[in-house]
Design a protein around this ligand. Structure first.
Ligand code: COA
Length: 329
């Protein structure tokens, strides 16, 4: 029987600078009450002007390697999930590879927006299961503050910066990653996107003037999609694992909106004490949200050895995905 593939190291990093809802009140037409009531967010971290996604990712990656007791040379593949890469190319994974000295690793970025971490660990597991890699470093890192329109209250209040990383490898103990389900619906590709800066609408004075290089979102359509998909894909993944929702010890959803999370938990009959929530502290960190929450939940004792965890993400693309794993450390 093949060995389990699981998380053998985990780490995260968020920038020091805290921006509260009250700070945002001073620069745009919004209020703490509105943001708190509609999203559950109280504050978020914002990287300084010289810090890019790779810088945050490096810190998370180094913490994950230390936790795994491995050196960067032990890693043979780096997958970085991000919607805020350092640049269009080369990959942020290659920039991180250089900075941490992972000289034996192949490296690439994976674009699945807020579902990026789930897509990336699913890809990493497949690489290990096929024998094409042994130790894979998966990093979800975002400096979203750099690609926000700070004059658009409909998006600027929602996001934050941060990074989380895990090392995946075969493990002796427990089941590790039990199953994953991924999905996408490209018909929604313009519900949440950055219009300019790619080959469809290359950068020009006009695209800069129109703030075309920043995030645009149809909030209510994304809200409806997320509320529906979070439940559907969670149930599908749990069924595929041969488990039931009652077996879930920790439900760890993408941290975008408290109302979406609470509704999903309620519809699945998962009590709130089993739901890990930290979006009040960080806002939506896209591909970094789930690994940062996972790291926190492990470190603060919310997740214990043997726990069954259901992680679920959704985001631009549209994309969605869920992973069921047994925490084996
Ligand atoms: N502060 C104050 N008022 C705001 C505001 C803000 N930051 N943002 C929007 N509003 C206003 C709107 O302009 C609108 O005013 P109007 O009725 O006068 O036009 C009103 O609040 C309601 O806006 P609406 O967009 O209908 O609010 P909502 O209840 O749908 O909440 C979101 C907006 C963005 C919080 C919600 O749609 C959402 O969370 N969507 C999902 C977003 C998400 O998860 N994205 C990431 C996916 S990974």
């Amino acid at each position: 029987m093949s060995k389990a593939i699981g998380i053998v190291g985990i780490g995260s990093y968020v920038p020091d600078r805290i921006v509260t809802n009250y700070d945002l009140e001073k620069i745009m037409d919004t209020s703490n009450d509105w943001i708190l009531e509609r999203t559950g967010i109280e504050r978020r971290r914002v990287a300084d002007k010289d810090t890019a996604s790779s810088d945050l990712g490096v810190k998370a990656a180094e913490a994950a390697l230390a936790d795994a007791g491995l050196s960067a040379e032990d890693i043979d593949l780096i997958i970085t999930a991000t919607l805020s890469p350092d640049m269009i190319f080369p990959s942020t994974a290659c920039v991180i590879q250089e900075k941490i000295g992972a000289v034996n690793a192949a490296a690439f970025d994976l674009s699945a927006a807020c579902t990026g971490f789930i897509y990336a660990i699913t890809t990493a597991k497949a690489f290990i299961a096929s024998g094409d890699a042994k130790k894979v470093l998966v990093i979800g890192t975002e400096a979203i503050s750099k690609i926000l329109n700070w004059e658009d209250r409909k998006t600027a209040v929602l996001f934050g910066d941060g990074a989380g990383a895990v090392v995946l490898a075969e493990t002796e103990e427990g089941k590790g990653i039990i199953t994953s389900v991924l999905g996408s619906d490209g018909t929604g590709n313009q519900l949440l996107y950055i219009p300019a800066g790619g080959t469809r609408m290359p950068a020009s004075y006009e695209t800069v003037d129109r703030k075309g290089h920043t995030i645009v979102m149809d909030g209510s359509e994304v809200f409806k999609f997320a509320s529906r998909k979070m439940v559907e894909v969670s149930e599908e993944a749990v069924n595929k694992s041969g488990l039931t929702l009652q077996d879930i010890d920790c439900f760890l959803p993408h941290q975008a909106n408290l109302r979406i999370i609470k509704n999903a938990a309620k519809r699945m009959g998962i009590p709130l004490e089993k739901v890990y929530i930290n979006l009040h502290e960080y806002g939506n960190m896209s591909a970094a949200s789930i690994p940062v929450a996972l790291d926190e939940a492990v470190k603060n004792g919310h997740i214990k050895k043997g726990d069954i965890i259901l992680m679920v993400g959704f985001g631009a693309g549209l994309t969605w995905g869920a992973t069921v794993l047994e925490w084996n450390r």
